[in-house]
Design a protein around this ligand. Sequence first.
Ligand code: CA
Length: 227
Amino acid sequence: MTGDSPTILIVEDEPPIRRLLRTTLTAHDHRVVEAPTGAEAVSALRHYRPDLVLLDLGLPDIDGLTLIGRIREIAPIPIVVLSSRGDEAGKVAALDSGADDYVTKPFGAEELMARLRAALRHRLQQQGAERTFSSGDLNVDLVRRLVRKGAEDVKLSPKEYDILEQLVIHAGKVLTHKHLLREVWRDESVDPQYLRVYVRQLRQKIEADPSTPRHVLTEPGVGYRLV
Ligand code: CA
């Protein structure tokens, strides 16, 4: 263990899942604090100052979405939600309430650790105001408003650029349809179908093979993620 291994607050009322999470996280050199209720989560948050919260939405004493709001008032740390398979509406509501990402139960250790790493990294990037993105042949520079695919400059329409800008600012994080409509169209009530059209156009321009995107990934029923 090193002095800077992250501390994760596990908020989960089911002991077997809590145990599984604890085992997985400690095996990956993370410190763990556990809370089986929302009330204990709030006091643990103040007492232990964790780096990230892993939050089950189905708690006995408080609605998960309400708890996300309380956590947000206390600390600007990443929140990764543990959601049930098929609960797309719950995931979207959690993300729109301020959660950073979700892991669907049952989850594999690899996937869990990857999501936690991404959430912690994303938070660091936000603090350092990351304005560039580089992956494979794609390079985006938000300061100079430059997008390049390999050696060639990519020309984007204003809407396509605005979508890509949001994805770069939040690289690695899933952005809901509502988030993108709010930031790009300034109107959450716009039909998400427009968003799909623009994302398709964006992929035509920045993906090597737009039919199997490697950069702008679809999170079915939820939104998009830049990787
Ligand atoms: Ca539960």
